[in-house]
Design a protein around this ligand. Structure first.
Ligand SMILES: O=C(O)C(=O)C[C@H](O)[C@@H](O)CO
Length: 256
């Protein structure tokens, strides 16, 4: 019995366009609600949301039980955090702030057991192997790992072709907010210079045969990104959807 098949990995590899949302509410109950919405994937944010390994684990479990694929975004490329995320059962990771091919290669190796990489072996304790109920997990896990790296600086864009070509990297996501900040347009990911850089990167990533990702809530830029090649498309964030809807309702019925 092998490691679970990572259908999202294989769908992205074919170039299929997939859509998902960011989960920042850091709770399995709201993650379970999001998992009823029918997205291809749900990204559990360990970078900007108040998640820890236990909350990540609980959210991975509820999303994995749905038709949406769970993804964990880690706060950085620390191999120890990669190991923990994989051990709790994530098979698709998003890792932020990748600026070089060396960094990309290290992250790719941190996701795989030897000899392809240096992921620590603890599957006997791990949800990933269903607590050793999957006897062939160690031998089959590497093939089901999907690693998507975030490029979100000018330095990263300068190294994009080498990062994309790195063995073990399944896709590259361009972070519009951080890229805008690095380009001198802090708080303005919709700036024409930023959007042009994102669209150019989408085309370059797809031309290289890898998944190309972006997150934007602008419907026009969603379509422009897909036209440029994006196939890992974040279209919303649970926190902002929740907050904006409540504020709109509150505004409508506020006393006085
Ligand atoms: O830089 C970006 O844009 C991203 O990486 C996505 C943000 O982190 C996300 O939290 C929305 O602001």
């Amino acid at each position: 019995m092998p490691a679970p098949i990572n259908h999202l990995k294989h769908r992205l590899a074919t170039g299929e366009v997939t859509h998902g949302i960011w989960l920042g509410l850091a709770d399995p109950y709201t993650a379970e609600i999001a998992a009823t919405a029918g997205f291809d994937w749900l990204l559990i944010d360990g970078e900007h949301a108040p998640n820890d390994i236990r909350s990540l684990s609980a959210q991975v479990a509820v999303v994995a039980a749905s038709d949406s694929a769970p993804i964990i975004r880690l706060p950085d490329d620390d191999p120890a955090k990669i190991k923990q995320a994989l051990d709790i059962g994530a098979q698709t990771l998003l890792i932020p702030m990748i600026d070089s091919a060396d960094q990309a290669a290290r992250a790719a190796r941190a996701c795989r057991y030897p000899p392809e990489g240096f992921r620590g072996v603890g599957s006997a304790l791990a949800r990933a192997s269903r607590f050793a109920a999957i006897p062939d997990y160690l031998a089959t896990a590497n093939a089901q790992i999907c690693l998507i790296l975030q490029v979100e600086t000018r330095a990263g864009l300068a190294a994009l072709d080498e990062i994309v070509a790195t063995e073990g990297v399944d896709g590259v996501f361009i972070g519009p907010s951080d890229l805008a900040a690095d380009m001198g347009h802090l708080g303005n990911p919709g700036h024409p210079e930023v959007q042009a850089a994102v669209l150019d990167a989408m085309a370059r990533i797809r031309t290289a045969g890898k998944a190309a990702g972006v997150l934007t809530t602008d419907p026009d830029f969603i379509e422009a990104s897909k036209a440029a090649g994006a196939n890992f498309v974040g279209v919303g964030i649970d926190v902002t959807l929740f907050a904006q809807t409540l504020r709109m309702l509150g505004q409508r019925y506020r006393a006085g």
